[in-house]
Ligand binder design. Structure first.
Ligand code: GLC
Ligand code: CA
Length: 547
């Protein structure tokens, strides 16, 4: 399997209002199928006030009017299935929108049918001063508590203020979740990507976190919480009835913990979105940038490959809607084509299910907007302001360029015409000015393009049992420029060689590989390679057949 991720607002506008939608998706399904993927993951397309662009849901059983209707969704689903594409939906159940009817009811009083749907606590009093129940920060916006005068209580929001956390300890809330799952599965959806699923069980006492640690100080009390397994088992039972796929998002979850969710007969998730491979150029989060370190990236890759081997299955990715574009991070915008193609080979041939985020297959790069006012994302804007006492405005803007997840949310670049062919109307968000060079139409016509390289990688992977099932082994782990890994199965051996260097480099085959026997199956340069040399960002896939 392999998946293509659609962040619909910027995918393709089918009805000319400047916003991507399901009509646009319908028009582009053949394109998606042409990549060689087997499925689509839709980031949320439900009704939402868009405080967090769809991750704040106000109705779980409908489609956002910006994107179409349920009928239109069914049409997309059927057409996708007809093309052999599975469809998984984003299931966002750690929180809802504060405009969800449950919350509108819940906030009215302490004794209504929905009053226990969310996490409400009394204030703490210091003399006359009203204080929040604990000292947690939210991940997106100030403190994690918001006061509600009607109830004279605070509600918890681990993300933005408009994203109140659901109280999963309430069995009624869990029944709602199961109902939502059934609603979409009955329609024919094939599974879910489960948003921050490891956050849904909170420590019952909600204790104070470390005071001097900003943003994540409460995390140890809401991540991997005491009842998480119990709740996930309940959801698993529903998914099992339908044979549905469950891909869980698990920020900051170490591999050992991941194994508890992913292994054994009673595993509760099929795959997990880990964050380790997103940290090769930062400390914990992209908003604390560091120079890119290949050894760090390789350690993350190999750790997950090794630890899950034979026990669980990896989700492989280098981009999604929460991270800046990978060429701008781990590759080079100057050596754009070379590094974009090499990065594809660096992860698609590992063991697991590769995910490709819209525009990644074209080598789209980070946008750099001229002022913070042009950004729309709540997390980006707040991070910018959080650093105000420590950094100048110019420095913060440059930091935003490299680290904002919004750098990767610009409209997809379909062709060289107005608005990159994304829409006739003014697009809802800035188009990257590099669209005349980087766009799908141009890359279709170029056999050496990043787009066509992605197609070749995905096809090769699908056709080879070794690339699907084979064991993983890494060579030269300490090398600061080369990433070389092997996949082997029943005597057949693949070697994937990736240079992360802007310069030409010499290299040697690892011991045990004869230069004569190896067949070159894929290379990102048109001219034949020179033995012992790698050109800038060169990648080669070599194969030694079983004897
Ligand atoms: C996940 C989503 C992200 C969202 C957050 C809150 O991390 O991927 O986009 O902002 O959860 O729902
Ligand atoms: Ca539209």
């Amino acid at each position: 399997m392999s998946f293509y991720q659609i962040w619909i607002r910027s995918f393709y506008d089918g009805n000319g209002d400047g916003i991507g939608d399901l009509y646009g998706v319908c028009d582009k399904l053949d394109y998606i199928a042409s990549l060689g993927v087997d499925g689509i993951w839709f980031s949320p397309i439900y009704p939402s006030p868009n405080a967090d662009f769809g991750y704040d849901i106000s109705n779980y059983r409908d489609i956002h009017p910006d994107y179409g209707t349920l009928e239109q969704f069914k049409k997309v689903l059927d057409r996708a299935h007809g093309l052999g594409l599975r469809v998984i939906m984003d299931l966002v159940i750690n929180h809802t929108s504060d405009e969800h009817p449950w919350f509108l009811e819940s906030r009215k009083s302490r004794d209504n049918a929905y009053s226990d749907y969310y996490i409400w606590r009394d204030p703490k009093w210091k003399g006359e001063t009203r204080l929040p129940p604990n000292n947690w920060y939210s991940l997106f916006e100030g403190l994690a508590w918001e006061y509600c005068p009607e109830r004279e209580q605070y509600y918890l929001h681990v993300f933005a203020k408009k994203q109140p956390d659901l109280n999963m300890d309430n069995p009624k809330v869990r029944e709602e979740v199961k109902g939502i799952m059934r609603f979409w599965l009955d329609m024919g959806v094939d599974g879910f990507r489960e948003d921050v699923i490891t956050y849904i069980s909170k420590h019952p006492d909600l204790p104070d976190g470390v005071p001097f640690l900003p943003v994540i100080n409460g995390m140890r009390y809401y991540k991997d919480g005491p009842n998480l397994m119990k709740y996930l088992r309940e959801f698993r039972a529903v998914a099992r009835e339908y044979g549905a796929l469950q891909l869980g998002e698990a920020p900051m979850t170490p591999v050992k913990t991941a194994l508890t969710y992913l292994t054994g007969e009673d595993r509760v998730l099929d795959m997990m979105i880990q964050f380790d491979t997103m940290m090769a150029d930062c400390f914990l989060t992209e908003s604390l940038p560091l120079p890119f370190s290949l050894p760090k990236l390789k350690r993350a890759f190999s750790k997950w490959q090794r630890e899950l081997s034979g026990k669980a299955w990896n989700a492989l990715y280098l981009e999604n809607h929460d991270h800046p574009r990978v060429i701008s991070r781990y590759g080079s915008e100057k050596l754009w084509r070379e590094s974009g193609t090499m990065l594809a080979a660096s992860y698609i041939f590992q063991q697991g299910t590769p995910f490709v985020y819209q525009g990644q297959e074209l080598g789209m790069t980070n946008i750099r907007l001229g002022s913070i006012e042009e950004y729309r994302d709540v997390a980006t804007i707040n991070t910018y302001h959080n650093f105000r006492s420590r950094q100048s405005a110019g420095k913060r803007l440059r930091r935003t360029h490299v680290s904002s997840r919004e750098s990767s949310r610009t409209p997809l670049q379909w062709n060289g015409s107005k608005n990159a062919g994304f829409s006739e109307a003014e697009p809802w968000f800035a188009v990257n000015p590099n669209y005349p060079e980087i766009n799908a139409e141009k890359e279709e016509a170029d056999p050496q393009s990043i787009l066509n390289f992605y197609r070749r990688c995905l096809r090769l992977r699908k056709e080879s049992d070794t690339l699907l099932w084979g064991d993983y082994w890494e060579y030269f782990p300490l090398d600061r420029h080369l990433y070389v890994y092997e996949r082997s199965h029943k005597g057949e051996r693949f070697l994937i060689v990736c240079s992360f260097s802007e310069k030409a480099r010499s290299w040697k085959l690892p011991k045990g590989f004869s230069p004569e026997g190896g067949e070159l199956l894929l290379c990102n340069y048109a001219d034949a390679p020179t033995p012992g040399r790698l050109r800038p960002y060169e990648t080669q896939v070599l194969c030694w057949k079983a004897e």
